[in-house]
Design a binder for this molecule. Sequence first.
Ligand SMILES: Nc1ncnc2c1ncn2[C@@H]1O[C@H](COP(=O)(O)OP(=O)(O)OP(=O)(O)O)[C@@H](O)[C@H]1O
Length: 293
Amino acid sequence: MKAEETRESGVTGESRVAGKSVAGESGAAREESGVAGDPAADPISLRGATATLGGRPVLRGIDLTVRRGEVVALLGANGSGKSTAVRSIVGQVPLSGGELTLFGTPRRRFRDWARIGYVPQRTTAASGVPATVREVVSAGRLARRRFGPPRKADRAAVQRALELVGMADRARDPVSALSGGQHQRVLIARALAGEPELLIMDEPMAGVDLTSQEILAGTLREQVAGGATVLLVLHELGPLEPLIDRAVVLRDGCVVHDGPPPKAVGQHALPGHDHVHPHAAPDAEPIRTGLLT
Ligand SMILES: Nc1ncnc2c1ncn2[C@@H]1O[C@H](COP(=O)(O)OP(=O)(O)OP(=O)(O)O)[C@@H](O)[C@H]1O
């Protein structure tokens, strides 16, 4: 494994996204890092990406492009490599081959993590750390703050994010007192607080109650209307269906479809689908209705 890969694999995407700063970089370095790069460059371009986990090839030559302003759904059965693909994009999983550029800048030179908001799969906002809702959401502002004290604009962005997800009235509450759906809303607010151009969300609706789902769909609609680019890992399109421009379907670490989302029927209705909800009971029967195995 190369030194670059070792370094990357030791850092969580979450902390990189939340904690990276471009402060102090020279003009040339900023240009290299994508800050002043080609404004028309695709936010995500993954070419022939391969990745191995536990000695097993998990991504086997994936091409995935997300263009500016697009909302792309990454679909596929359990274990098809969706989370690994997005984790490789945010630097949590090293690629063993292929190329990744972010906003036109090769991944290894990309530094401008404030442009990317990442909501990981199935974590809680609390993570065992006593913190209030506002503190967790404020953490998403670090990359923009460049580690200085919060300014008026930072506080306003945090407040806006709290309001967007309908959690402003819970700002002082400990995150440990929240439901699963509320946790998810806080994590999304944390990503939004950085005012990212690109939002990457891994199963944002999983385990989320209907009220929270509707709020999240509305939040996403506003982001998209404001020009955000979005990559969503989903196991079903659900309430987000009207927002999706394109679907990329993975099977066994390969792309088997890249095109219009299966709008008319929903992916669960396609032949051969076999997906267990991540929060389903361990003995739950998989839904067998689609082509996504
Ligand atoms: N840390 C790891 N070590 C070894 N294997 C892993 C690791 N993480 C994931 N895998 C394996 O890689 C494959 C792809 O997993 P991944 O989580 O990317 O799939 P997914 O499509 O997101 O699935 P799900 O819908 O269940 O979340 C699976 O077979 C999984 O068991």
